[in-house]
Design a protein around this ligand. Structure first.
Ligand code: FES
Length: 173
């Protein structure tokens, strides 16, 4: 093989390699980047996030960033909780009780990753056919518990690990 041919092959390989990484998706690309950060930066990137929830009125929600992803925090009204609990599990593509998506005794607080489980778009709040969220990318409708009700998303929006530090603070992660 001539020198020129070798060069071409190497270029082809580099192209194929970077193309493959691109196709694997965001999750696979983020981790190597964190790996290369210095330990303090890596620690920060993986850190937990504390959120002050004292100013969120019933029926309202906020979005915070945690580990580079949006997290929705919604303070649900008693009507919204009742609506979520009145749904029959048989009517859900990914059957899950509303009670299992919140902390016991803190039923008004829904905390979930604001990422559509179809292909990862960020759904819009207070939209869609089920009084919850709507993902405009391909038309997935989520209810007030963040459960998928209609459209291509296969599962409910994910609940991250979180806890109440006190009555006004939630720690995510
Ligand atoms: S990414 Fe949300 S419906 Fe496709």
């Amino acid at each position: 093989m001539s020198k020129e041919e070798k060069k071409v092959n190497r270029r082809d390989f580099l192209f194929t390699a970077s193309y493959t990484v691109g196709a694997v998706g965001v999750g696979a690309v983020i981790w190597p980047m964190i790996d290369q950060m210095n330990p303090d930066k890596a620690q920060q990137a993986l850190a937990t996030t504390e959120v002050d929830i004292s100013n969120i009125e019933p029926g309202k929600s906020i979005t915070v960033l945690w580990r580079g992803k949006p997290v929705f925090l919604k303070r649900r009204t008693s009507e919204e909780i009742a609506e979520a609990r009145a749904v029959k599990l048989d009517d859900l593509p990914d059957p899950q009780k509303d009670e299992d998506r919140v902390k016991e005794g803190k039923d008004e607080w829904l905390v979930m990753l604001g990422v559509c489980t179809h292909l990862g778009c960020v759904p819009l709040k207070d939209k869609g056919d089920f009084n919850g969220w709507f993902c405009p990318c391909h038309g997935s409708h989520y209810d007030v518990s963040g459960r998928i009700r209609k459209g291509p998303a296969p599962t409910n929006m994910e609940i991250p690990k979180f806890e109440f530090v006190d009555s006004n603070t939630i720690k995510i992660g």
